[in-house]
Design a protein around this ligand. Structure first.
Ligand code: ADP
Ligand code: MG
Length: 251
């Protein structure tokens, strides 16, 4: 069976800089794969390219059996390939549940016209409730984002993308700013996603969460994959240690 996501020789250049340089990897159906690397390694650029936010990216990208190169972001999302952003932006004057409903119903700019002509266009309440439960926010739907702690806001950001019932979520540094207890809670939610039929590509510069959650990890440095393997191999790989020590020395 072919993988759910198959990335071959992905390349993104900005002027003379190859931010993503011939990167290849795959994610199996309901798999959980990590992409780590120091700041500036090209992780976010990879997510931007895979989710359709960088039109000039090159390389082959197959998702669920289709070549999706050149597809705009909304078409990828409709096929079940969704992403989160490094910062969680929510509508603070809407409740958590309302934020999820808005996200689940405004995937296309023309949906406003569909709503006007065909009012039967349905809000998928069942998916919104499911996403709240899957992230442990079942009791928080009526609260406002500003009433949530930082960890719960991050989970609400995750719930918002889950509400579209994706097949693969690309998560950009979901643990940023979380304390260790919140990070542990997030890790357990992420580990449960494959059981719900959702594959995960988890991106972080902090190795801890990724090594804890993922089965297979790829390490990026300066746009290139410098190591791939299960957590126990990646953790002790000399090139990986070097890349991380080097980046700490630069800071
Ligand atoms: N829009 C852009 N224009 C120019 N350079 C960019 C742009 N986006 C990212 N870069 C550069 O590409 C490299 C990778 O960035 P990024 O993907 O954000 O790294 P990471 O997410 O791993 O920290 C960095 O050197 C960054 O400065
Ligand atoms: Mg980044």
């Amino acid at each position: 069976m072919s993988p759910l996501l198959e990335v071959t020789d992905l390349m993104v250049s900005y002027g003379g800089l190859n931010a993503v340089d011939l990167v290849s990897f795959s994610v199996e159906e309901a798999g959980i794969v990590g992409l780590i690397g120091p700041n500036g390694a090209g992780k976010t650029t990879c997510i931007d390219a895979l989710s359709g936010f960088i039109p000039h990216a090159t390389g082959r990208v197959r998702f669920a059996g289709e070549n999706i190169e050149g597809w705009p972001a909304h078409r990828r999302a409709e096929h079940g390939l969704v992403r989160t952003f490094q910062s969680v932006e929510m509508f603070d004057d809407l409740t958590v549940r309302e934020n999820l409903i808005v996200a689940a119903t405004t995937t296309r700019w023309w949906s406003v016209f569909i709503d006007a002509c065909r009012p039967s266009y349905r809000v998928r309440n069942i998916d919104v409730e499911w996403a709240l439960e899957a992230t442990g926010l079942g009791g928080e739907g009526e609260r406002y984002p500003t009433e949530l702690g930082h960890g719960q806001r991050r989970l609400a950001g995750l719930a918002r993308v889950l509400a579209s019932r994706p097949r693969l979520v690309l998560l950009d540094e979901p643990a940023a700013g979380l304390d260790s207890a919140e990070s542990v809670a997030l890790a357990s939610r992420l580990r449960s996603l494959p059981d719900l039929g959702i594959a995960v590509l988890l991106v972080d510069h902090d190795m801890g969460l990724v090594l804890d959650v993922c089965e297979q990890i790829h390490v990026l440095d300066l746009g290139r994959v410098i190591a791939s393997g299960p957590p126990r191999e990646v953790r002790t790989n000399p090139d990986v240690v070097e890349a991380y020590l080097g980046s700490e020395a630069d800071e």
